[in-house]
Design a protein around this ligand. Structure first.
Ligand code: ZN
Ligand code: ZN
Length: 143
């Protein structure tokens, strides 16, 4: 892993994310930093996230709503996400872990992380017809 020299804001963003130990959107991170007295502009938060992403220490995944969630790199975890209620459940293991090494070998490509998401309807949302109205804005039609 490259030892990039971070700016103070990048370091703050990284430390904040490490202490959170959960996924967070850039907006929520912006609020979190402000609450900790480390306020910085939202654009700065985005730039810091971008730099940390290229450094290979944070990863991002995008929800069905289009929202991006950032997290530190420690976990190789995948989710099944319900398109209707938005519930997102983690899978127990990574189904493609071995593929990373293979890509590394075949293409001499250093894989930092991968994303793999499954979308559909959860147990609850497969219920009666009248409960199947999509909720929220920007959620794509399941078809
Ligand atoms: Zn659901
Ligand atoms: Zn994985």
């Amino acid at each position: 892993m490259a030892t990039a020299r971070r700016t103070r804001n990048q370091e703050r963003v990284f430390q904040c994310m490490k202490s959170l130990e959960r996924e967070i959107s850039a907006q929520d991170l912006f609020v979190e930093l402000r609450d900790r007295g480390q306020s910085m502009g939202l654009a700065t938060v985005y730039r810091a996230l971008e730099a940390l992403k290229l450094e290979g220490v944070i990863q991002v995944r995008t929800l069905a709503s289009g929202e991006s969630l950032y997290s530190t790199m420690k976990e190789d975890r995948h989710h099944i996400t319900c398109l209707q209620c938005g519930e997102s459940l983690p899978l127990d293991h990574c189904p493609v872990h071995a593929l990373e090494q293979q890509l590394n070998d075949d293409h001499n490509f250093k894989v930092y992380y991968h994303t793999l998401e499954f979308y559909g309807l959860c147990d609850k949302c497969q219920g009666p017809e009248e409960s199947r109205n999509p909720v929220g804005a920007g959620i794509p039609d399941p078809r």
